[in-house]
Design a protein around this ligand. Structure first.
Ligand code: C2E
Ligand code: MG
Ligand code: MG
Ligand code: MG
Length: 281
């Protein structure tokens, strides 16, 4: 009897796995048409300077207005796009859409001109053509390199460090600021940090979540802030949701923060409206 039950479990497990796999294959397939059908959108989340309370930039976050599933976020499909080799064309669309937005803000209101847009880049996008692709897009919109920043997820960098370093070096030399995203969750050694042309460290939100409640997390954040300072890097905390977290980050000397405490990511128009209403831009 127990044997039968066990088999039933395995069967159930298989069905569940199959359903997950099928959904993944389906999404992979739908992704191929999403660009053409113009289903992608960028949302923007402000970056706030802790000392002044001013918004000093925004991060572009990819959203997919999915015909069947509704609006879905990066976490739900970026890895599928990466595995199926679709991240390069999607990434090119993201850079182009961000530049178009920067141009529109620049022309629309001079108070929005000074806000650089940070774009997320995953490792499959770091190919030798990337620097030229970015510069070409900037030229197409008549924008200076200071309009764009790149955020690169650390855990993925390590796989082909030499190639990534060369490509990032070229991008950095052109005047584009580079951040390491989700810092502290990857595998990179401190020598990787030294080798790469990095300007900014973004502390992963998993360390920020229990700031003040967990001594370990507070110590890690303090160490990252101190290290950033020693390496002359700017340091940004992500996922800041309450005032207690912000107070601790301020006392530790963190430069900037992002999170629901200040604002959720939102469509460009809504964000611009909100920024222009407040005096903090
Ligand atoms: P990320 O770059 O580390 O972005 C931060 C994520 O945290 C975003 O999720 C954002 O919506 C969310 N977030 C912001 N503030 C808070 C907060 O206070 N609390 C919590 N719990 N979450 C917060 P999202 O938009 O789902 O993006 C997830 C990841 O997908 C991003 O992590 C990034 O690695 C990737 N991604 C997003 N857009 C792109 C893109 O255009 N290209 C590539 N290659 N990756 C992207
Ligand atoms: Mg990011
Ligand atoms: Mg991050
Ligand atoms: Mg993240």
């Amino acid at each position: 009897h127990a044997k039968q039950q066990g088999r039933g479990c395995v069967q159930f497990f298989h069905e569940e796995l199959n359903a997950k796999l099928l959904e993944r294959i389906r999404i992979e397939h739908e992704l191929q048409e999403a660009l053409e059908k113009k289903e992608f959108e960028l949302y923007y989340q402000p970056k706030v300077e802790i000392s002044s309370g001013k918004v000093i930039g925004v991060e572009a976050l990819l959203r997919w207005r999915h015909p069947r599933l509704g609006m879905i976020t990066g976490t739900d499909f970026i890895s599928i796009a990466a595995d199926s080799g679709q991240l390069v064309p999607i990434g090119e669309w993201v850079i182009s859409a961000a530049c178009q937005q920067a141009k529109q803000w620049m022309e629309g209101n001079e108070r929005l001109t000074k806000l650089p847009i940070a774009v997320n880049i995953a490792i499959p996008q770091i190919h030798t053509d990337l620097p030229d692709a970015i510069l070409r897009t900037l030229r197409r919109y008549g924008l200076p390199p200071s309009c764009i920043q790149l955020e690169i997820t650390e855990s993925l960098l390590i796989r082909d460090l030499e190639k990534a370093t060369a490509v990032l070096q070229k991008i950095s030399e052109s005047g584009i600021t580079i951040a390491i995203d989700d810092f502290g969750t990857g595998y990179s050694s401190l020598s990787v940090l030294k080798a790469l042309p990095i300007d900014i460290l973004k502390i992963d939100q998993s360390f920020v979540r229990d700031l003040g409640k967990n001594v370990g997390d507070t110590a890690i954040v303090a160490a990252i802030v101190n290290m950033a300072r020693a390496l002359a890097l700017r340091v940004v905390a992500e996922g800041v949701e309450n005032k207690e977290q912000l107070a601790i980050l301020r006392s530790l000397g963190c430069d900037e923060y992002q999170g629901y405490l200040f604002s959720h990511p939102m469509p460009a128009d809504k964000l611009a409206q909100q920024l222009l209403q407040t005096t903090s831009v």
